[in-house]
Design a protein around this ligand. Structure first.
Ligand code: SF4
Ligand code: SF4
Length: 320
């Protein structure tokens, strides 16, 4: 396969178990049987073998339904991918509860961890201990929290305890939908809440919106794709129509610019692929792990303005 430009792949295999039980978890939880674990392991091996066999520049973000990084097979997969010459970045969403010593075997310059702190499931001290381990290992990571009001105290503690270089993101708590206006929150957040959250996370405003994207050009399906355990390729996790299969036929034939057919896009893993936002200017190589390290991170005002303008862009009226 020879691709014209670097491609980001969001991989989500069948694994859906988790060692936590967050009340706000969007995913259904279950305990896998040995056969289901084997199925997940086979899918993961097939995917990593495929990545290893490529020559074009690739980046991979694991976005599991549950917690995968407690499983040695995912640790080994990330370590293996990080050592491939054509692999630019490998990242994973994790609750950071698993052991981290395996990272000593990885090319840590390419690994990024998207770590979420879940109050009620783990103590702040234990979570911060894991962050210190990452700092000692020289592994890049972001830390985030779901922005429920009951988490505000933990957010303040996290911000004061984490090293200044660690980005602390807040996911807007989208109870009943956030509407489409700047800082919209269906009344969930007060003005004082928004001021607090904007002070914690300079990019919080970006996450408060549901971007009206129907008819808008999006890099999902061109510079980024979603792949499941069977190899089914989709534009992103939010559009179900398959483009094809990773393991049959040339991938480059599936990649092309397309307008979005969905009404709204509201998750970081989706809207960062909208070219209008130029998210790479803020995130740089940390885009997939949600680690802002691009040239506009020092002053993200232009990014916030681009996001506001996207809210007022003319929209197509029907799905294609
Ligand atoms: S850690 Fe993540 S996957 Fe696990 S229960 Fe909490 S929100 Fe769900
Ligand atoms: S705008 Fe969002 S929903 Fe639409 S294609 Fe892009 S990532 Fe997918």
């Amino acid at each position: 396969m020879a691709l014209a430009a670097p491609l980001s792949i969001l991989y989500r295999g069948p694994l859906s178990s988790c060692n936590y039980a967050c009340p706000y978890c969007p995913f259904a939880k279950h305990t896998e049987s040995p056969a289901q674990h084997q199925h997940d392991a086979q899918a993961l091996t097939r995917f990593t073998d495929w990545v290893a066999a490529q020559t074009s520049a690739l980046s991979v973000l694991f976005t599991p339904w549950g917690e995968a990084l407690v499983r040695p097979r995912y640790q080994q997969a990330i370590s293996r991918l990080s050592q491939l010459a054509h692999l630019e970045q490998v990242a994973i969403q994790t609750n950071l509860s698993g052991r981290l010593a395996w990272l000593q075997d990885a090319d840590r310059s390419k690994v990024g961890l998207w770590a979420t702190f879940h109050p009620g499931e783990v103590s702040l001290e234990r979570f911060l201990g894991r962050c210190s381990e990452l700092d000692a290992l020289g592994v890049r990571y972001s830390v985030g929290v779901v922005g429920r009001k009951s988490h505000f105290a933990a957010l303040a503690e996290l911000r004061s305890a984490l090293p200044a270089h660690v980005y602390l993101w807040v996911n807007a708590f989208k109870v009943g939908g956030l509407g489409t206006g700047p800082g919209a929150g269906s009344g969930y957040y007060t003005a004082a809440d928004l001021a607090f959250l904007n002070a914690i996370d300079p990019l919080f405003e970006i996450n408060t919106r549901r971007y009206p994207v129907r008819g808008q050009r999006c890099g999902a399906g061109e510079s980024a794709i979603s792949v499941d355990g069977d190899g089914t390729v989709r534009r992103c996790h939010f559009l179900q129509r398959p483009l094809g299969n990773l393991y049959s036929g040339p991938l480059e034939a599936l990649l092309q610019p397309r307008p979005c057919t969905r009404a709204f896009c509201e998750c970081h893993i989706g809207y960062v692929h909208l070219p209008q936002l130029q998210s790479a200017e803020v995130y740089g190589a940390g885009l997939l792990a949600r680690i802002p390290e691009g040239p506009q991170w020092a002053d993200p005002a232009a990014y916030l303005e681009r996001a506001r303008q996207l809210m007022s862009a003319p929209q197509a009226s029907a799905a294609g």
